[in-house]
Design a protein around this ligand. Structure first.
Ligand code: OSB
Ligand code: MG
Length: 361
């Protein structure tokens, strides 16, 4: 049994700007579990700063190294791992990195692709694109490129004071497209009048307008808008998803396995969304080829009914760390059919991007 990690720094093809800042590189911990001839992989979706949510690379690594790695070394089932790590409060992204490592390991042990190991798969994921904020002319050009490539939904990032400029230009130029906007929690209850004006752009949903950890004000806002609210940051557990639907704080949920503490919780959220006749899709955190393979597998599950932020690898990196990057055909991507997440690591590029490495046992 060997549990090791590498910290990578990978340059992004273009900087990604949200209401909370700009990412130029992907700084990420990847984990490697070697046991009984099987090699499993995962990555942690935290970033260098706690700007999307409360965790960052340093807090997550601390939790993994000092609390979770000893549990993982016994290679429990993902369900058992989740039970045994319950005593640690929060820190979902750290927990998810370890739980997903175990999912890849156990799917490989069973000789199954992850998409089939998890449940019923459609055999493909429907794909939308998430565009960071740019000069508006660049955004318009990126939208046209995305439509030409077959993307099934366009999502643009917005922020306080920029929503009208961005959304009116996009709608004027593309009156018919399936469009959404993501504020990454930039607005407060004092901005309700501004946010309500977004109704005029006919969005398929408005993603996370208010506080990252709040569903009460989202519930209030949702009742004053015709645009469906989609929650991302605020849904950190199946219980939160249940409460959000009970309070009618959202009609759509963006599932990110990292934010929910792993795949088991993500599957529970899918059941909850279904019981309320809501909609659900798989988000992204600019993952490398490792995290992307998990996301595409989860996005291919039958309960996922909206296109996800699961673009092919070449949207993000000139050279990803896998030899079998995803290809998008007619706005869909097929999950890998190899065992587990089915990736083939490109050792040369993995080495090239590694800035730190070590063993946890
Ligand atoms: O809110 O969905 C988000 C990226 C980093 C942090 C938060 C978000 C995003 C994205 C990118 O929207 C989605 C992708 O991986 O393409
Ligand atoms: Mg989001």
């Amino acid at each position: 049994m060997k549990l090791s990690y590498k910290k990578l720094k990978m340059p992004l093809i273009s900087p990604f700007t949200t209401s909370f800042g700009t990412d130029r590189d992907k700084d990420v911990y990847v984990f490697i579990l070697e046991n009984n001839g099987i090699t499993a992989y995962s990555e942690c979706v935290t970033d260098e700063n706690p700007f999307y949510g409360p965790e960052d690379n340093y807090s997550a690594f601390h939790i993994i190294k000092n609390y979770l790695s000893s549990i993982v070394m016994e290679v429990p089932s993902p369900a058992e791992f989740n039970e045994r790590s319950r005593f640690i409060k929060g820190n979902n992204m750290a927990k998810a990195a370890m739980e997903m490592l175990l999912y890849d390991y156990h799917a490989k042990l069973e000789g199954m692709p992850l998409s089939k190991y998890m449940g019923k798969t459609k055999g493909h994921a429907d794909v939308g694109i998430s565009l960071g904020m740019d000069d508006i002319n660049i955004t318009l050009k990126k939208i046209q490129d995305a439509l030409d490539r077959g993307y099934k939904r366009i999502k643009v990032k917005i922020m306080r004071g920029k929503e009208t400029e961005i959304l009116s230009s996009v709608r004027d130029n593309f009156p018919e497209i399936v469009l959404s906007a993501d504020a990454n929690s930039d607005y407060t209850e004092r901005d309700f009048e501004t946010v309500k004006k977004i109704d005029r752009y006919d969005l398929v949903y408005l993603e996370q307008p208010l506080y990252h950890d709040d569903i009460i004000y989202h519930s209030r806002l949702a009742k004053e808008m015709s645009t469906p609210i989609c929650l991302d940051e605020s849904i950190t557990s199946p219980e939160k998803a249940q409460k959000a639907f009970e309070m009618e704080a959202c009609r759509v949920i963006n599932i990110k396995e990292g934010r929910l503490g792993g795949i088991e919780n993500s599957l529970k959220v899918m059941d909850i969304v279904r019981s309320f006749n809501g909609h659900v899709w798989i988000g992204g955190m600019l993952e490398t080829g490792i995290g992307r393979a998990f996301n595409v597998s989860v996005a291919s599950l039958q309960d996922i009914d909206y296109p996800g932020d699961t673009s092919p690898n070449d949207k993000y990196f000139t050279h990803d760390i896998v030899k079998n990057p995803f290809k998008m055909v007619n706005g869909t991507i097929k999950p890998n059919d190899g065992k587990g997440i089915g990736i083939e690591i490109d050792q040369d590029y993995l080495k090239k991007y590694t800035v730190e490495e070590g063993v946890l046992n």
